[in-house]
Design a protein. Structure first.
Length: 263
């Protein structure tokens, strides 16, 4: 089920997908922040929440959060709009993001993704969105969790170590040159991303790596931007089991895509 925007508006500069699975408790805070934190002169952004087969309780809360954020943005004149796309069953975060991009405004110049858990503050999402206009000298803008440039990262040592192991493996297999492939905020030039959407196969956590590998092989200019980030807790990753699945997935993707081109 897809609910249309609450009011007509010109095509947004960016359409950002927010994948949500049982996020009825955390999504309202994120959407309220997005509707309230747009700085003066911010570009127009469409936020497409894609529910990935949540329970009825969470789905109801997510619907209400979208409606409330829409009303707040309309009342304040914020340059954003919100809508929800409902998937009948759970297919995975990657599949939900791809579904959202398929539902995005055709006039959007940029397509993005943003985690629903609120780990990326709304103000940071707007800060990166502001870099998209006027037309910048990159095709991919990826947030990264690194303690530098005055940024604040709050993450457990275990989760940090797990992330560094994953990043090292991804770098060895794909040569992306990224410090952090998995941070939950990325923006892609739509003219680069849309042609590769039919090639995407990853339905869960590895979609980020797959997209970056495909875009880089097509000459996309990629930059990372340090951001503030805070672990919201309640991770959906199962220790030991899911990291092993990720490793197997990376190896399978490497066999499918082949080695990275020589630099």
């Amino acid at each position: 089920m897809t609910l249309p925007p609450p009011h007509p508006a010109a095509a947004p500069l960016a359409s950002v997908v927010v994948p949500a699975l049982d996020e009825g408790d955390r999504l309202p805070g994120l959407l309220d922040g997005l509707a309230s934190a747009a700085p003066p002169g911010a570009p127009a952004v469409e936020f497409v929440v894609v529910d990935d087969g949540s329970t009825q309780r969470h789905l109801a809360l997510e619907r209400a959060a979208v409606a409330t954020a829409s009303e707040r943005a309309l009342a304040s004149g914020a340059p954003c709009r919100f809508r929800i796309v409902e998937c009948p069953s759970n297919r995975g975060k990657g599949a939900a993001i791809r579904r959202g991009w398929g539902e995005a405004s055709r006039g959007a110049v940029w397509l993005g993704l943003l985690d629903a858990d609120g780990a990326v503050p709304a103000a940071e999402a707007w800060r990166l969105a502001a870099r998209l206009a006027p037309d910048p000298g990159f095709d991919v803008l990826a947030a990264t969790r690194i303690r530098m440039a005055g940024r604040t990262i709050r993450r457990s040592r275990f989760r940090h170590a797990q992330g560094r192991v994953f990043a090292t493996l991804a770098e060895r297999l794909f040569g992306l040159g990224f410090y952090d492939t998995q941070c939950g905020l990325k923006l892609f030039r739509a003219s680069h991303l849309r042609p590769v959407l039919p090639l995407l196969r990853e339905n869960r956590w590895l979609l980020d790596v797959e997209i970056l590998a495909l875009l880089q092989r097509r000459g996309a200019r990629c930059v990372e931007e340090p951001i503030d980030w805070a672990d919201p807790g309640r991770s959906k990753i199962v220790p030991l089991l899911d990291p092993l699945k990720m490793l197997a997935g990376l190896l399978s993707m490497r066999r499918r895509l082949g080695p990275p081109p020589a630099r």
